[in-house]
Design a protein around this ligand. Structure first.
Ligand SMILES: [Zn+2]
Length: 392
């Protein structure tokens, strides 16, 4: 693993620009305020005969108190403010070690920047940092960091940039797999190597809460205060749900990308869904599209082949071992019994293997040797994919 940096130009909206400016201003304010405090403290201790600096933890405590006084600081990502205190502390340490001169005040005319030390994510279009949860648009063609260490946002004249620091291991390890993915309703996804990924409980929890709130709201009078409160509660729940989903899908897609050298997925088009068994899975489940896009760009980023095949009804009806076509497969059949070769296999796993084989045939790589696989747990995927703390 090595740390790398990717610099992208940001295209914030009008209101995002305002909030970015507030971040520059607040971090400059905090730097100057605590530089002043530390200077006074240093002078006083010197006058008492023992020159010493104020420590970092003291400044974080003072910051908490300062926020009570200056409420506008709550608008600012607290991590970025703490990072400024850190940098100031480093500047003082360097000064005391005689490595550099005394820290100076920051000016409006100087370099404008703030640092987000953690909690940043990005997809192919947007950078998500604390307080900018809807994401700031950026343009970049190829490299999308998956795990970000820190982000430095800067302003140069009237342009905004982000330097994204991330860990990367570029070498493609040997022994990676060709993976077909069947998206499901019962399972979030089934992989052709036997791994099944369940929908996280957290998401189900939010979904049932949303249903409850919707029911409650339907009983309330239009325009009433209770109804307004209900609407706000609902909006918050939707936000939580969206965040939890995105987080889950990011983790799963990263784990899959790490263990694959080829990924095959069906083309998840609405038309296809309406014509076949995927109808039951819920038309227009946009999170599937997002998941596929995530996998697509993560594959591209890692140099993994991503193959898309047309959606075909046969993916669940054909025996993945001998090719026999099961005409009478019902939606309720969770297990596929092959009348020709006797294979008994989980329905979704059978589909995932067929999807993988179709993909490989499509690009002229033939059918891999079929080996019976056991159903593993998603825990195994997470271990093999190097995914930490996956269980939501
Ligand atoms: Zn068979």
């Amino acid at each position: 693993m090595e740390t790398r940096a990717l610099r992208v130009r940001l295209y914030p909206t009008g209101s995002q620009k305002e909030l970015l400016e507030k971040h520059f201003g607040a971090n400059r304010f905090i730097w100057n305020y605590f530089l002043q405090k530390r200077t006074e403290y240093y002078a006083e201790s010197k006058a008492r005969g023992k020159a010493q600096g104020m420590n970092y933890f003291r400044t974080t405590k003072l910051l908490t108190l300062l926020k009570e006084e200056k409420e506008w600081l709550y608008e600012i990502s607290s991590q970025s403010l703490q990072q400024t205190l850190r940098k100031l502390d480093n500047a003082f340490t360097a000064f005391f070690r005689k490595n550099s001169s005394y820290p100076v005040f920051r000016s409006k005319k100087g370099k404008q920047y703030f640092v987000t030390p953690q909690g940043a994510k990005c997809n192919e279009y947007r950078l998500f940092i604390p307080k900018f949860m809807e994401g700031i648009r950026f343009r970049d063609k190829h490299q999308i960091p998956e795990e970000i260490n820190q982000v430095i946002v800067t302003k140069e004249v009237d342009r905004y940039y982000a330097s994204i620091m991330y860990e990367s291991d570029d070498h493609h390890a040997k022994g990676k797999e060709q993976i077909g993915i069947d998206m499901g309703l019962k399972q979030f996804a089934t992989l052709s190597n036997g791994i099944q990924i369940e929908n996280p409980r957290l998401i189900n929890k939010f979904e049932s809460r949303i249903k409850r709130q919707q029911k409650k709201m339907s009983r309330k009078r239009r325009g009433s205060n209770n109804r307004k409160k209900n609407i706000i509660r609902l909006q918050k729940l939707y936000q939580h749900l969206t965040d939890a989903r995105a987080d889950f899908m990011h983790k799963v897609s990263t784990a899959i990308a790490k263990l694959s050298d080829t990924i095959v997925m069906e083309d998840l088009n609405i038309q296809g869904m309406m014509q076949n068994h995927h109808l039951a899975k819920g038309i227009g489940d946009v999170s599937w599209y997002r998941f596929k896009r995530m996998l697509e760009y993560k594959a591209e980023w890692r140099g993994i082949e991503f193959i898309e095949i047309g959606m075909f009804d046969a993916s669940s009806r054909v025996c993945s071992r001998c090719g026999w076509y099961k005409r009478d497969l019902k939606l309720s059949d969770r297990v596929f019994h092959c009348n020709a070769c006797g294979l008994i296999i989980d329905r979704d796993l059978n589909a995932a293997i067929n999807i993988r084989n179709m993909g490989l045939i499509k690009v002229g790589r033939g059918t891999p040797e079929l080996t019976p696989v056991e159903i593993a747990t998603s825990a195994e995927l997470f271990n093999r994919g190097g995914l930490r703390d996956a269980g939501q």
